[in-house]
Design a protein around this ligand. Structure first.
Ligand SMILES: Nc1ncnc2c1ncn2[C@@H]1O[C@H](COP(=O)(O)OP(=O)(O)O)[C@@H](O)[C@H]1O
Ligand SMILES: [Mg+2]
Length: 253
């Protein structure tokens, strides 16, 4: 049985321009009712298909805006596809965009329980993992402070720690790791390696291509919402780097 399957998945966003941004905007609209800007439609993912086996470590690369985070949000069931079908097997935990999944008014402790519950853990199970989560995140002193007072690094540490400590079947990591300091980044990578050795499926979005090469055997390359390549990390990382460099040279001319 596969860990996840995307079948011709497309995701469309509508970019709303019709909310008044200021009082002047509002006035203008009242005076000129026909001046509403049209809504813009954007396909963040278009006809994306792939199959991932349990225990695979797969990276997703691509330029900004190519649909990587959208892909992870679909995997995490934060979003649903506009078209196509996807099938995800097992418990998914992840470190998505910074702060996603945290309630800023709640404390670190409350957020741990909230997130654990959302991932289907019982109170008991969370109790059992609580100390490990706090210790790994190095947040002992701040666990009873509201998350809105955390730095971005602290928020990231808590998110990562929860994700790896809830025994997921699939672990999603979006760029956010880059927020941590060098030593925490290394600690995270070591932990990801460990989780991987335990057979957890890993989906890793990163611009750190050498880390991608070291951590993942396979790479999906997204380009403007389409799956441009799907293959061994050595081959795809080289091709992707060549394409990025070619693009930079064009820009420099
Ligand atoms: N909630 C949203 N509403 C409207 N557009 C969105 C939304 N989320 C993402 N997009 C758009 O979808 C495209 C893909 O975004 P994203 O998946 O975040 O790309 P990446 O993570 O590769 O940088 C971008 O053009 C982005 O502006
Ligand atoms: Mg992103």
């Amino acid at each position: 049985m596969h860990a996840m399957r995307f079948e011709s998945v497309s995701k469309r966003f509508t970019m709303g321009h019709d909310r008044a941004k200021s009082f002047m905007d509002l006035m203008l609209r009242t005076l000129r009712p026909g001046s509403r800007a049209p809504r813009e439609i954007l396909w963040a993912l278009k006809d994306v298909s792939f199959l991932i086996e349990p225990g695979e470590a797969v990276a997703i690369v691509g330029r900004n805006g190519s649909g990587k985070s959208t892909c992870l949000k679909l995997m995490n069931r934060i979003l649903t596809p506009t078209e196509g079908a996807l099938d995800i097997q097992g418990r998914v935990a992840g470190l998505l965009e910074l702060g996603a999944g945290f309630h800023p008014e709640l404390t670190g402790r409350e957020n741990i329980y909230l997130n654990g519950a959302l991932m289907g853990l019982s109170r008991r199970e969370i109790d059992r993992r609580f100390d490990e989560i706090v210790a790994f995140a190095e947040l002992e002193r701040f666990v009873d402070a509201q998350v809105k007072f955390y730095s971005s690094g602290m928020t990231m540490r808590l998110g990562f720690s929860i994700a790896v400590c809830v025994s997921p079947d699939i672990l999603l990591i979006d760029e956010a790791l880059a927020v941590g300091d060098q030593s925490f980044q290394e600690k995270c990578l070591e932990r990801i390696e460990q989780v991987r050795a335990d057979g957890v499926t890993i989906i890793f979005v990163s611009h750190a291509l050498e880390t991608v090469r070291a951590l993942c055997e396979r790479v999906l390359w997204l380009d403007q919402g389409r799956l441009r390549e799907d293959g061994s990390s050595d081959r795809i990382v080289d091709e992707y780097m060549a394409s990025v460099h070619a693009h930079e040279e064009v820009l420099a001319e």
